[in-house]
Ligand binder design. Sequence first.
Ligand code: TTP
Length: 278
Amino acid sequence: MIKFLICALTVVSLVKGKATPEVQRVWKDSYFPTAEDIITRPSGRPFTISVEGNVGSGKSTFLNFFRGYPDISVYQEPVDYWTNFHGEDMLGLVYNDTKRWGLTFQSLVTLTMLETHVKDLRGRDGLPTPPVKIMERSMQSGRWCFVEQMTNVITNAEKYLLDEWYGVIRNTTDVDVDAIVYLRTDPQVIYERIYKRDRKEELKVPLSYFQDLHRLHENWLIYQNVTTYPMPKVIVIDANTDLSLLKLTYRQFAKDLYSAVPEILKTNDFFSFCTGKC
Ligand code: TTP
């Protein structure tokens, strides 16, 4: 009898768990500025979100949920460009020999990120511009996570060179973001995902590398103790759970964000969904 009761309770709780998947409702309308704030922004930059998180945390998947919405431009990071830059696999080179290629690779990342940051500025070319832009990563994660990660491998002079480029760009160009979505993951979880996805350049990278990168993301986004530049709003999503559950959270996020765009800013045009360099 007792055995039967335990069994019945387990079945009920499993069914219950299935029936009420946990959707993390993370977007708040108050995150969106007023239409006037966007229209009068001197640089013409749209409301900009960067999606951050460790390697393999699911940033590209997150971006896919914004496909199909007008008035939002989406930029995936150009990994294919990095792995075939004028015939060279720069990502492979940096993992094989960070001391030799660290500066070169991070310069390439900075360059391609900068290109994305300055896309879709209002008032440029007289073309309609989206009120919202979402980009995978940013110059900021290049600087505060990946350059930091190389600190003991590249020379001080190389690090200062990257840092000074970063400072000059930040002080002369509007590469800010309004909000960061942080897909927070356990390094062990992403380590397994990376192994499964089989990107050849990453297969020999040890767990300790992803643990260090995790710590750097946490310092930057959770403890916020790495930079004196003002931090944007950080929206944290627990991205350890199964993708089938996360999809519900991401779908809800896209819906809520789109509804928060002030009507006056909407053009109903579809903008780039860029999956590489564009
Ligand atoms: P990620 O930017 O983390 O992209 P991803 O494809 O892992 O994203 P997700 O699975 O979450 O969709 O990194 C792509 C590769 O580029 C990864 O091997 C880390 C490397 N990289 C650097 O070495 N330096 C950098 O500054 C950046 C941004 C990436």
